[in-house]
Every structure is written in C-alpha cells, then in structure tokens.
Design a protein around this ligand. Structure first.
Ligand code: GLU
Length: 279
C-alpha cells in the first residue's frame, strides 16, 4: 500500500468515527440552544424598557425609543420574522432573562463586570454616562455640591453605586421606576436625581416642571450591551454579528439620527462608534 492510499484510508476512517459520535454535525444546535429555538420560531423575545425615555417608553399604545428601533433593526438583520417586546424594569430585567421570559434584554443596560457574572453581553451598541438632574433654582452645580443631600436613583441601576463613589456622603433614595424618580424630584422628596444623562434629559423634557437642569458633567462611563443568558454563545454571536451589520450598513446611524440627530427631540453629540471585526 502506498503512502497516499494509506493517508486517504486513515482520513476516511477518522471522518466516519467523527460522524458516528456527532462531531460531523458541526453546525448542529446543542440542546437548550437559544439561537436554534429563536430561529425555529422566527421570533426574538426582547426585554425592553417602557418607562425610560428616550430608550424605551410608551407612546400611546405602543413602545418607542432608541432601543426599540435597535431591536427591530437587529431582528431584520438576523433574518427573523418578528419581535415580541416584553416590558422590563431596571430591577427585574436580569431575573426575567434568567427565568426564560425573554431571549435577550435591550434596555439601556450598562455592561458591568458584576452583571457579566450572571449573564453574557454583546459588544457595546451605545454609550452614555451618569449625570445629575436638579431644579432650576437649586444651588447644586455638580456632584461636588451634594454633601449629605438626598439624591434619587432607580432600583437595579448602576446609578447608586456610581453615586456613592463620587459623593459618599449623599443619601441615596431608591425609586421603583423612572416615572417615580422624576416625581420625587418635582415634589421635593429629593434634591437631585441621578441616572444616565440622556435619560435625565428626556425625563426633564417630559416633566411638568419646566426649568429642570443637568448639573455638571457626566461622571461615569456606561457602555450599553445586549444581555443574553450565560453560555448562549451562538445567540450572543448572532447578535454581535447583527450589531456590526447595522453599523456597517448605516442603519445604526439612521436610528441614532432619528433620536439624537440635529433635528431630533433629544439632540446630542456623541463620539460613540463601533469597530466591526475584520471578516
Ligand atoms: N445604564 C444604567 C444601568 O444599566 C442606568 C439606566 C438603567 O437602569 O436602565 O443601570
């Protein structure tokens, strides 16, 4: 037997052995594979905010916002048929994901190393930073003026931990929702409220009190990611790919311009960008 024939025979035997033990089906979905299930149903169930303008909020009977549009674009990019939006709050979004009520969460959620112990995140699809909102006549110009004053923050958000870092004396008052947070400031229950700056700006625009103002600059970095259940790397990979896809094809920019562009209600300048991985 010559050497070439022997090599061919060995390779053939190896291929047979691999197929027999399932190794031949390299693309096959493992049991409990979220991407396979999503593809089979054609529907992605996404946890989104309903009280957090401009990312996810109620407009009449429907949900609107930057995150809602991003979710729609990703679903289209992934070739799926439809999306189901499930309202979540800052406090329950991780639990709802872990309980299997949604396939992923796109909800103004910062990628933190603490959260990444419980769930997995895609690459960042946006970035903001935390700030303070106060009444127009307040003496507070930045977190440096807070002292032991009462500052409101939403439960389950990164905001209170960040606040404690920069203003350790401040008394944090926790609120269940962004609606309650804003009401807390307007009623004088707290002297300032804290969250990501674009959320605060949008809350200020929706407020009855017209002269609310941002006090000082952003004092944290909040990269927003899409959360999936732990070890669902195929779904995470598909979402990562889709995020890069909507960046490359200009859809991300269109969505950004809709919400934050020069003529948009929540106009802001941003230096955020995505660097798609080489193909
Ligand atoms: N981005 C921050 C966070 O993930 C605040 C906004 C929010 O809670 O949705 O905690």
């Amino acid at each position: 037997m010559n050497l070439r024939l022997l090599t061919v025979l060995i390779l053939a035997a190896l291929a047979l052995a691999l197929t027999a033990c399932g190794g031949g089906k390299r693309d096959a979905a493992a049991p409990g594979d979220d991407l396979a299930r999503v593809k089979q149903s054609g529907v992605l169930r996404v946890g989104v905010k309903s009280d957090t303008p401009p990312f996810g909020f109620k407009r009449g009977e429907t949900l609107a916002g930057f995150d809602i549009d991003i979710a729609d674009a990703l679903v289209q990019q992934m070739g799926l048929k439809d999306v189901t939006f499930v309202p979540v709050t800052s406090a329950n979004r991780l639990a709802k994901l872990q309980a299997g009520e949604v396939d992923c969460v796109i909800a103004s959620m910062t990628i933190t190393r603490t959260r990444a112990r419980e769930v997995d995140f895609t690459i960042p699809y946006f970035q903001d930073g935390q700030a303070l909102l106060v009444k127009g006549d307040s003496a507070i110009q930045s977190y440096l003026d807070l002292g032991a004053k009462k500052v409101g923050a939403v439960k389950g958000s990164t905001s209170s931990a960040n606040m404690k870092q920069v203003a350790p004396e401040a008394q944090i008052v926790a609120f269940d929702s962004f609606v309650a947070l804003l009401a807390g400031l307007e009623s004088g229950k707290v002297e300032a409220i804290t969250s990501d700056q674009l959320i605060l700006q949008a809350l200020a625009q929706s407020a009855k009190t017209k002269d609310l103002r941002i006090a000082g600059d952003r004092f944290s970095t909040e990269p927003y990611g899409i959360a999936v259940r732990k070890n669902q790397s195929r779904l995470r990979g598909a979402l990562d790919e889709a995020v890069q896809g909507i960046w490359e094809n200009g859809r991300w920019q269109l969505i950004f311009d809709t919400w934050f562009g020069p003529r948009a209600k929540f106009h802001t300048s941003s230096t955020f960008s995505i660097t798609p991985y080489p193909r």
